[in-house]
Design a protein around this ligand. Structure first.
Ligand code: NDP
Ligand code: MG
Length: 385
């Protein structure tokens, strides 16, 4: 029986994690749940899972009587850290969105608990620190992001051989076949319509701009200690191959499956064991073709920025991430065009000096500077819609 805490329990990943935990109640005890403001959803989850701790950043007006005293309630700005410290979990699934999860990831490692990592932004912003802390503590970082889970799964069968190349697959998103000028003016509704995956808003916009794949390149750089030049991105519209690993002899290992996040979530929860997810199986007889394309950096310039940030090193990835969080929010609030997301990130990166080997405070400072700069650029006439 493993005890799990879920940070971001009301989100796309969090609810799917609860779904697989419910399928295997003999294996997982959900000991703590935390979310931002979705109180009603948290109330329902408390009724269904009876965790010892339930937490929300925003304190609700009232807690329903039937669940008021059945667990410890926590509220406030630092609630994620409070939950990590107080919970009795073996594993903490970090599935909040944005850099908000970074401090919680570091605290989880400090408390000697295992991190199951869905939230990619902490690794993008503070990958060097997060991986060093996990290594020093002798704790694995178990990836939940499907591409990184796929690579991790391939490496389980690699007999200790170091890969020569990682190949991250990408669906290409809703604008894969669109012309550059049409992508530039794409609407929110169009960008939020992902062809293969149903996910939270932020990652869905990132997928449409391919900034998601940029974040994943940086994530892979840290999770698997691979230099950027050995990480390739390949468009694979069917999302059947979730990523691949190439070895010295040219052998390529891949992990395949239907596009269902419950597999990588449950694999991180049950690793090294495999358990039933309740998901559909691949049907090779009806599968028509698996196709591949080279990503087009001209139409999707965000992807190129990952390599630029990794070349610059230090806290430049934190700058990329902070600027992107501002840009996505601005797009979702109709303040910029879709095509200006990558432009805003790039201009912010060029305006902020690199801090080499940043401390945690310096990562947060680079993130803050990036946000201030991005907001400043947003206020200029060039970024008016
Ligand atoms: P959602 O937006 O669906 O959910 C986010 C969750 O985090 C919600 O429970 C939200 O609570 C909570 N939350 C957000 N900010 C805070 C905060 N400051 N403090 C406490 N809780 C907070 O996101 P997703 O589930 O789609 O994504 C989560 C992470 O996983 C992201 O980093 C994403 O990139 C990554 N990921 C997601 C995939 C997916 O398929 N969805 C695939 C691979 C990676 P509330 O509901 O109250 O707002
Ligand atoms: Mg992914």
């Amino acid at each position: 029986m493993r005890k799990i805490a879920i940070l971001g329990s009301t989100g796309s990943i969090g609810t799917q994690a609860l779904d697989v935990a419910a399928r295997h109640r003999d294996r997982f005890e959900v000991t703590a749940i935390a979310a931002h403001s979705s109180a009603e959803k948290v109330f329902e989850q408390v009724r269904a899972f009876r965790p010892k701790i339930a937490a929300l950043t925003i304190e609700p007006k009232e807690i329903p009587e039937d669940i008021r005293d059945c667990c410890q309630w926590m509220f406030g700005e630092s609630v994620l850290l409070d939950v990590v410290r107080a919970c009795e979990a073996d594993d903490v699934l970090v599935s909040v969105v944005g850099i908000a999860g970074l401090a919680a990831v570091m605290e989880t490692i400090k408390c000697g608990k295992r991190v199951l990592l869905a939230n990619k932004e902490p690794l993008v912003a503070g990958g060097e620190l997060v991986t060093a802390a996990a290594k020093a503590a002798g704790l694995p970082l178990l990836p939940v992001d499907s591409e990184h889970s796929a690579i991790f799964q391939c490496l389980q069968g690699a007999g200790g051989n170091t890969p020569e190349r990682l190949i991250l697959t990408a669906s290409g998103g809703p604008f894969r076949t669109w012309e550059k000028k049409d992508i530039y003016t794409a609407t929110k509704e169009q960008a939020l319509r992902h062809p293969n995956w149903s996910m939270g808003q932020k990652i869905t916009i990132d997928s449409a701009s391919m900034m998601n794949k940029a974040l994943e390149v940086i994530e892979a750089r840290w999770l698997f200690d691979m230099p950027a030049e050995k990480i390739d991105v390949l468009i694979h519209p069917q999302s059947v191959i979730h990523s691949m690993v190439e070895f010295a002899d040219g052998a390529v290992m891949a992990q395949l499956g239907t596009p269902d996040m419950r597999l990588p979530i449950l694999y991180a929860m049950s690793w090294p064991e495999r358990l039933e997810t309740g998901g559909k199986r691949l049907d090779f007889e009806t599968m028509k073709a698996l196709t591949f394309e080279t990503p087009d950096l001209d139409r999707f310039p965000g992807l190129g920025l990952a390599y630029e940030a990794l070349r610059a090193g230090g806290a430049m990835s934190a700058v990329l991430n902070g600027a992107n969080e501002i840009a996505v929010d601005a797009f979702l609030h109709d303040r910029i065009r879709f095509g200006q997301i990558a432009q805003l990130v790039e201009e912010t990166m060029h305006a902020i000096p690199v801090t080499a080997h940043p401390t945690l405070d310096q990562v947060f400072e680079s993130d803050r500077l990036a946000r201030v700069k991005a907001l400043e650029l947003l206020a200029t006439s060039r970024f008016a819609v």
